[in-house]
Design a protein around this ligand. Structure first.
Ligand code: GLP
Length: 261
């Protein structure tokens, strides 16, 4: 894993946007496939991507995007649906064609069949080139809550009380947070060719330490990333505060910079 320690969310956003830029420019004529996360963690990266697009430095015209997850039974026009979230916070501000932004249909009559369809659609599109991830305070990625199979595919999950409480801030009350979701599985996410996870703030410190330094296991689903050959983890000072080998990661980062210059 490459661990990048940054001062704040803005610097973290620039690191993620750099990886997106590399992905876009190295894509063949078919264009790049981005995996997009919702939640507050990637917002700084999305602002940076929008700014680079507006300055003419980045174009998403040939790209497509797959979202990680969606709430079940929440109308997609609801402002907290992930379908709405990604449009509001990223895709309506850039030149990616609207019909190339895909997400699981939370209103599907048969959510189990919808999960299988979505999983197959990602593969049919050739897979994800760069998956952007946040992390839940309990170590979930997408909505793969603790106890998720490390090889799981896209499916219906039940949120933990912790995640419902964490996400209640986006709704008028905790009772309004949907309990069921459709999420790419850990096995699905692991098929992305490159992955970047970004985390900021003290509430993520425990999950970040477990992900990077803890034993691999379903109690902290993000630990599955230890098995991926191309993962970058971008963390600010607070999110990095529980890492035992923080100074070693900083040393590696300095050495890498020296080699580049
Ligand atoms: C949400 C999403 C995840 C996200 C995580 C953290 O529930 N399903 O994709 O990474 O929880 O959210 P935030 O970035 O707002 O802390």
């Amino acid at each position: 894993m490459e661990i990048i320690l940054v001062e704040d969310a803005v610097e973290g956003g620039r690191c993620v946007a750099d990886l997106v830029a590399e992905t876009l420019s190295s894509a063949g004529s078919g264009g790049a496939t981005l995996g997009l996360a919702t939640g507050s963690s990637p917002l700084a990266a999305y602002s940076e991507m929008i700014a680079r697009f507006e300055r003419g430095e980045m174009s998403f015209a040939q790209a497509r995007a797959f979202l990680l997850d969606e709430y079940v039974a929440l109308p997609r026009e609801h402002e907290q649906s992930y379908w709405s979230f990604i449009r509001e916070n990223l895709t309506r501000h850039i030149d990616i064609p609207d019909d190339q932004v895909f997400s699981p249909d939370g209103e599907a009559e048969d959510p189990v069949a919808e999960a299988a369809r979505y999983d197959a659609a990602i593969r049919a599109a050739g897979g994800v080139d760069l998956q952007i991830l946040g992390i839940g305070s309990n170590g979930h990625i997408g909505f793969n809550e603790p106890s998720s199979s490390l090889v799981s595919r896209t499916r219906v999950k039940t949120l933990t009380q912790q995640t419902i409480a964490d996400n209640a801030r986006f709704f008028d009350s905790p009772d309004e947070v949907p309990v069921h979701v459709l999420t790419q599985g850990l096995g699905t996410i692991m098929e992305a060719r490159r992955i970047v996870l970004t985390a900021t703030g003290a509430s993520k410190a425990g999950a970040v330490a477990a992900t990077i330094e803890g034993p691999l296991g379903a109690h902290c689903p993000a630990t599955v990333l230890q098995m991926h050959p191309a993962v970058t983890i971008v963390v600010d000072r607070e999110a990095a505060s529980e890492l035992t080998d923080r100074e070693y990661y900083r040393f590696i980062q300095q050495q890498k910079r020296r080699l580049e210059h």
